[in-house]
Design a protein around this ligand. Structure first.
Ligand code: COA
Length: 176
């Protein structure tokens, strides 16, 4: 477990299923985060959760973001596609709408970046973000992430094409 002052990053659990179904069916989260774009049934979500809980590939580290105040799951964040030769991983995060804007995302990012660089000995953390996702881009830049490239008009956002940015952070660049 990774402890912050507002959130704890912990493993996902079977009893997180209701919050995960809500997260993965929320239209605003779905449109901003690169996730399964179709409606998610309880059965499909349970199968996805099972695959995460039982994963032995050593290529992904998924965390539940638990609010210390409520004790409930506020969102998820993860490092995936971990490449042990290049020492690179891809970051993702999604927070339930009612928990956004409370500082949980910033703290979760700090905790998982520290975990990636120190516990996993990564040299670089990468992410994809929609060009229209100004809140997330601001958060990532404040952490030290730099835009490496732009895939132009690569994604659909609410019926319009928009850019997809690739951002990355080296261990030495992180803002502590
Ligand atoms: C983007 C996201 C991870 C940020 O997490 P959060 O807990 O809401 O953000 P925080 O409260 O920690 O705030 C961090 C920064 O995000 C920005 N931010 C957060 N909520 C915002 C909002 N509603 N409007 C504008 N900016 C916002 C602010 O810049 C804030 O920095 P500030 O405190 O200096 O103003 C979260 O809102 C989220 O999951 N959104 C939907 C899914 C998504 O976009 N995932 C990222 C895909 S790359």
């Amino acid at each position: 477990m990774l402890y912050g002052s507002k959130v704890i990053l912990r493993t996902l659990r079977g009893d997180d299923l209701p919050q995960l179904i809500a997260l993965h069916n929320d239209a605003s989260v779905k449109s901003l985060a690169a996730m399964h774009q179709f409606p998610v049934s309880p059965e499909l979500e349970a199968a996805w959760l099972e695959s995460i809980l039982m994963d032995k590939s050593n290529t992904k580290a998924y965390f539940g973001i638990e609010s210390i105040t409520s004790g409930l799951l506020a969102g998820i964040c993860f490092l995936q596609n971990i490449n042990w030769v290049d020492r690179i991983a891809w970051f993702g995060i999604a927070i339930l709408p009612q928990n956004q804007g409370k500082g949980y995302g910033r703290e979760a990012l700090d905790l998982i970046v520290q975990y990636g660089f120190e516990a996993l000995n990564l040299q670089k953390i990468c992410l994809y973000v929609l060009g229209v996702n100004l809140a997330a881009i601001k958060l990532y830049k404040q952490k030290g992430f730099v835009t490496e490239g732009v895939l132009r008009n690569h994604c659909n956002y609410q019926g319009q094409h928009c850019d997809l940015q690739i951002m990355s952070l080296f261990r030495e660049e992180q803002v502590l």
